[in-house]
Design a protein around this ligand. Sequence first.
Ligand code: ATP
Ligand code: MG
Length: 571
Amino acid sequence: MRVSKLYAPTLREVPAEAVLESHKLMLRAGYIRKLAGGLYSYLPLAWRSIRKIEQIIREEMDRTGAQEIMMPIVQPSEIWKESGRWDVYGEEMFRLRDRHGREFCLGPTHEEMITTLVKNELHSYRQLPTNLYQIQSKFRDEKRPRFGLMRSREFIMKDAYSFDADDAGLDVSYKKMYDAYSRIFDRCGLKYRPVEADPGAIGGNGSHEFMGIADSGEAGIVYCDTCEYAADVEKAECAPLAAPEEAPLPLEKRSTPGCNTIEAVCSFLKAPITKSVKAVAFTSELGGLVLCFVRGDHEVNEIKVANAIGANEVAMAPDDMIREAGTVPGFMGPIGLDTKKCTILIDSTVMNMHNVCCGANAKDVHYVNAEPSRDFVCTKVLDIRTAVAGDKCPHCEGHLKEARGIEVGQVFKLYTKYSAALGANYLDVNGAEKPMYMGCYGIGVGRTLAAVVEQYHDANGMIMPRSIAPYEVIVLPLNMKDRACVQKAEEIYHTLNANGIDTILDDRDERAGVKFKDADLIGYPVRIVIGPKTMARNAMEVKVRCTGAMSDVPLDGDYVTALRDILEQTL
Ligand code: ATP
Ligand code: MG
């Protein structure tokens, strides 16, 4: 490819809505263009990178024995109704009707589809395990599409589905995918960490997310400073914290005018926040009020609350619902409430505390010296708070640290959730019919590219790892009017491509400064400059984008090998 022909319109100004560097750079460098919210075109540079990522994914998936297929994007509502997800998927699902009024959706994921596909044809234990995958556009009407390819409404996903005879088989398939994912992200040059993830309604410990490490990541993760434990904060287990022993004092009411936040209450009562209990009120698709109580400085974890009550998700409860349960927004406390009118969840740390302050379920009133084990009413005591840095590790004596991550992939044990719902059974050795054990495994292809750019850039632009860069090398003749230079550059360009090094030639009649700027912005791993001065030294000048290191490579030697060696040392 010649830059004069390359369709990569660069931008000087990026729209204000682009806040992440990866988003800005991909727009500026002419990788992508936005059509509408969360809908992007991949221009040639992005598409080449995407195809390289897809190729890495294919190689690693095929290596595990998984087979590539392609299923329809348009899915009939019936299969989603059978699994029970048509109604719970909610507004994120793009729904449509055909000319006969039948309902369909644009696939946000394909568990129903794959289960339907295999259910009558994968029927003997002899055919198991089987793993099928596809690389395809997925559609999700995200509430907040943003950050370019990171969270879009149409995006490319690799999704794989494994089928096994039993739990032990699923463990093996899961491990294979986990290992393949590690190799895929290693090969893409991404700095990542697999973390334990919330498996939602399915429960158990069967899910990991692969997180690209980046301060701008939307996901919070915690990891142990001593052992291997790492988890999404949504999932991270919190052991109950101890509190100093104290003799219980008599419960007292105090007037706390206008103090409707825990900070205001503690400062008014001059009480340490670690001796206070705060409340958060939720409701869910199941209806009913759920009052959650945690230590004043802790945060309630909505995912844990949803799991505790068996809901898909929870939302803040409206004020009138709170009043109906006999309490007052801003002054809720777990004393004297009626558990028939609401569900009361108390975080296990709270039960270790003594002489705490909490709301008294009346306007402008709080209790002090409340003794949880003596005074609180509750439905259930359990872990409902979000882990924070400094918490004790749930698996060793170490402590947790916090980091931000970009979820680039997730692996998931589904067990028999979909096979049971959709009747995907097989016959075992004895001819008995049993549901297959399934796993599902996703990678966001565009998000992986965005995450890599987020990790590797500087003030001048992107720094693409060689494995997924649109081109590995750019050959840049300084002056297109200098025939000898141009000829040499052409020769190098052809020779490198002929030897399997993915090379582009900047043959534009532009000032050298412009060419240098664009090469840096686009992030080619290696730049070769040919000019009168380098020709006089009988050399090409080679610059490595990721280190800035410059060196001369002789023109009359085996420069292909020399460049291969240099490329080996790039990202
Ligand atoms: P998130 O929590 O970020 O919304 P998710 O957990 O809903 O993602 P999965 O259903 O696990 O996503 O999908 C598998 C992978 O697809 C994710 O790990 C992510 O890399 C990618 N992905 C999901 N949603 C989007 C999106 N809106 N835009 C781009 N990639 C996405
Ligand atoms: Mg996920």
